[in-house]
Ligand binder design. Sequence first.
Ligand SMILES: [Mg+2]
Length: 251
Amino acid sequence: MKRRVIAFDLDNTLTDSKSPLVDEMADLLDRLLLRFQVCVISGGTFEQFQKQLLHGLKAAPDALRALHVMPTCGTRYYRFDIATRSWRLVYAEDLTDVQKTKIVAALTKGADALGYRGSRLWGRRSKTEAARSRFSALGQEAPIAETEAWDPDGGKKRKLRDYVAKLIPELGVRVGGSTSIDVTKHGIDKAYGINKLLVLLDAAKQDVIFVGDRLSKGGNDYPVKAMGVDCLAVSRWQDTALVIQTMLGVT
Ligand SMILES: [Mg+2]
């Protein structure tokens, strides 16, 4: 089957967690952009995309037109604007101020009730952006070794998610990264973003391959698999590099 769209998760799929793209991967993506429409979708913000992905790409402006940037699970969508040589926001579906206030109150209450605010902290615990509010138990800047040790079986995060979801049933509450809970409008997950992409590109599910590291049930990539898109599971960017090499026929 001829595919036209290759979509990727960001963390642990194209890069190490919260780390910039390495040159090898940048080169592979630059080449992939000449052959396919390429989407990168993540729960992270556009600023995170800039740091981890966009600054590392060396593709020509024409090639960058094939890149579809979907931060915060596709509630924001950016394309490269050749005239201004910059990334342009095409649409944004943001939370209202009232919703943001309610979210922060619910996350704080839940974290207090479960005793998650007593631990050591690296940076701020809550971060509310246009379309998403994130609670990170150890702070936004916690070292990876600490975050990975905090809740290896996911039980702490699920408890907080369930607690907060009952307080704000009108909003969507999900487990985010290794220490974090994300709140967005309801029904916002990567399947939401991929469905948006299908409309934007006038594409069918069968035209897409999605590559991600959290495709098992409960993972943040799972909704894409559940909607019926063909998915490839990886566990680190080195796996993805092999996948892209195979797509390009350069292995
Ligand atoms: Mg990931």
